[in-house]
Design a binder for this molecule. Structure first.
Ligand code: MSP
Length: 673
């Protein structure tokens, strides 16, 4: 056995219907878990549901059920969708289980006895809808900034956790560990928050106001605040406090995956709680960005909440897993669109990967009687292919450790792409025609070996397709050995089978998807996703959502009649030179709020400086690493004192919604036009 590896997802509110956001985090955790199992590590993968609090109580009452009955029924929706997506969790914790509440009560009691929990009175504007207090300046027109509903002045006695007592310890902890919170800009947010007074955390709610929670063991008039309860799931699920060894083996966790909106709770609250308990925090807390959908914030009112069941029905669960991991860098926000799905699926799964497998298996069947042939002496092209494979596998493993799943996937695509190019350049059909059996066998053997490598690397993302591919090659179950990269691991003389294409091309979007797209409200205003709340004190309000600016009515594509668009000659278009680029750095323009100044690698010896009016949509950190499309033959212009040497393509006209990007496998400088 290798090392212990413990990965967690947030526990999801049981009232929520599982959506693409929950799916994203959970698939990411599953990929990490499967990868570590492949490497021989002893893995514990935890997910679950968060089942206490006012909203659960209210919903249960509306349905005429007890909150427990309600949660018993609803948590199943998460289990069902995870089964559908082949999520290989080792444990699913529910906060209403006794194994959890017993630990929460034990921790509360210990902290109370040690003086880390104290009683004090608290006053503020309370919103029943948002279940929280707001300060005077948080209110908008005297109303709750989250729900827009009236608030009431409430003074009550409550219990507080001495969070401030551990603030210095937490700050030192972060300063000494550059990778404790990732991406780095989220770490900086946490450090920023710790520069201010983080205050103490109110951890109780009077039963008179909210009864659906875990009772404080030292005061039956109170239940514990839902976050204090929920965060402890990460240790209660391991049997914290018992001596069966699971906790001792797996804590501290290696990786806690969360969304950017719950960064404060998982760093300030959770970190200080652990210190108070005398425990260490996890090795890494990775806060991923959010998905927008078809260029808009995902919301019930717009009707664009993406149901993972719909995706699985339309595309199959494994392509869904794959595309979610490859379509967006984990840190920044990214957009999910069905056209984008189709493009990515066709380009990478059907073309690069599926095609390589189909070609290799097909040619082996046709010309070599379906038998794995012997190798022949290496040519320069063979050595280059072997080197590329070794490098890509090393990068795959390194990026997996950094949780940069889109880069991990890009390595599989790189190997498949190189394999397809190798087939084109070695032209096995010509070798067959010329009767060069030895070289024909050697070439096809190497391509079959690449398919084996692709099969193993694909296993964490598309487990059953990977197994299928390896089965067709006679290569057994996916296994990551030290010899993985060596292109001589298949059994000579073994029989291969061709089968149906692994990933059939998707010529059209499925009808259910077309119907779902038609039901989405058109964009009304430029969109921003929910901001991280880390810079605010605990229990403080979220920033009020920015007032939406009026739409710059962009007509839908279908509405643009050709005759209304002034036409240009091909020669005019041919003048435009477009190149793939990669943003190396980005910062706000010193003299203009709207502008961002970027250094962009467009394949030239020096990066170009490009200034773009995209600051309303992107934070500079989100742009770094993006694969963009640059117009490289525009005359330079000075924008507010900074010379811009080109332009980047973006969608949305005046209201930029998204940069036009290329897949990760396109090198900077690649000619687009
Ligand atoms: N119950 C708490 C977590 C407690 S953990 C001790 C909770 N639950 S949640 O169901 O509201 O959210 C769970 C996760 O979904 C969060 O990590 C959140 O970031 C994620 N997402 C919600 N909408 C999302 C997108 N549009 N895109 C990506 N992830 C999103 O918070």
């Amino acid at each position: 056995m290798g090392q212990a590896f413990y990965v967690t997802t947030p526990i999801y509110y049981v009232n929520d219907k599982p959506h693409i956001g929950h799916t994203y985090t959970t698939v990411m955790a599953d990929v990490a878990a499967r990868y570590h199992r492949l490497r021989g590590d002893e893995v514990w993968f935890l997910t679950g549901t968060d089942e206490h609090g006012q909203k659960v109580l209210r919903k249960a009452q509306e349905r005429g059920l007890s909150p427990r009955e309600h949660a018993d029924e609803l948590h199943q929706r998460f289990k069902d969708v995870w089964a559908r997506l082949d999520i290989s969790y080792d444990d699913f914790i529910r906060t209403t289980e006794t194994r959890h509440s017993a630990v929460v009560q034990q921790v509360l009691q210990t902290l109370y006895e040690r003086g880390d929990i104290y009683r004090a009175s608290y006053a503020g504007w309370y919103s029943t809808a948002a279940e929280r207090f707001w300060t005077e300046k948080d209110l908008i027109d005297g109303k709750c900034p989250e729900s827009g509903l009236p608030v009431e002045w409430l003074e009550e006695s409550n219990y507080f956790f001495k969070m401030s007592h551990y603030a210095d310890q937490l700050r030192r902890w972060i300063e000494e560990r550059p990778d404790w919170v990732r991406p780095e800009y989220r770490r900086n947010e946490v450090l920023g928050a710790l520069r201010k007074d983080i205050g103490d955390l109110c951890i109780s709610r009077p039963v008179s106001r909210m009864s659906w929670g875990i009772p404080l063991p030292f005061d039956a008039d109170y239940v514990t605040y839902v976050w204090f309860d929920a965060l402890l799931n990460y240790v209660s699920a391991l049997g914290y406090g018992s001596s069966d060894g699971k906790f001792q083996k797996f804590w501290p966790a290696n990786l806690q995956l969360i969304g950017k909106d719950i960064l404060t709770t998982h760093t300030l609250y959770w970190g200080t709680m652990l210190f108070a308990m005398g425990l260490e925090p996890a090795d890494c807390i990775f806060a991923h960005g959010w998905w927008t959908v078809e260029g808009q914030k995902m919301s019930k009112s717009l009707g664009n909440v993406v149901d993972p069941h719909l995706l699985c029905d339309a595309y199959g669960p494994e392509p869904v897993r794959y595309v979610l991991m490859s379509e967006k860098a984990p840190g920044p926000d990214g957009d999910f669109s069905h056209r984008g799905f189709q493009l990515r699926y066709n380009a990478e799964l059907a073309n690069d990967i599926g095609n390589l497998a189909h070609r290799a298996l097909n040619m082996t069947q046709r010309w070599l009687d379906s038998v794995v042939p012997p190798l022949d002496p290496d040519t320069e092209a063979d050595l280059a292919l072997a080197q590329l494979t070794r490098d890509a596998i090393a990068t795959y493993a390194a990026q997996m450790d950094r949780v940069e799943m889109h880069e991990v996937v890009a390595q599989i695509v790189a190997i498949a792409g190189a394999g397809n190019k190798y087939v084109d350049s070695q032209a096995p059909w010509a070798l067959n025609k010329a009767g060069d059996r030895a070289r024909l066998g050697g070439v096809l053997r190497r391509v079959l070996e690449l398919c084996r490598v692709v099969g193993v690397l694909l296993a964490p993302f598309c487990p059953s397709h990977a197994r299928e591919l390896l089965g067709r090659l006679g290569a057994g179950e996916p296994a990551w050995t030290d010899q993985l990269a060596q292109l001589n691991q298949l059994t000579e003389g073994a029989t291969i089978s061709v089968g149906e294409p692994l990933f059939a091309r998707m010529l059209e979007l499925p009808p259910t998807i077309i119907a779902a797209l038609a039901a989405i409200e058109p964009p009304a205003a430029p969109q921003k996703t929910k901001e991280s709340r880390v810079s605010q004190p605990p229990n403080a309000p979220a920033k009020p959502v920015e007032a939406a600016k009026p739409a710059e009515a962009a007509p839908p594509a279908e509405a643009a009649k050709p005759a209304e668009v002034p036409l240009i000659e091909y020669d005019d278009f041919a003048k435009v030179q477009l190149r793939a680029g990669r943003v190396l750095s980005a910062e706000r323009h010193p003299n203009a709020d709207r502008l961002i100044v970027m250094k962009v690698d467009v394949g030239e010896p020096e990066p170009r400086t490009i200034v773009a009016g995209i600051a309303s949509r992107y934070a500079p950190e989100e742009l770094v690493g993006q694969q963009v499309v640059a117009v490289v033959n525009l005359k330079p212009v000075k924008l507010r004192g900074v010379v811009s040497q080109g332009m980047l393509l973006a969608a949305g006209g005046g209201n930029v919604q998204a940069m036009v990007t290329t897949t990760q496998s396109v090198d900077p400088g690649t000619i687009i036009r």
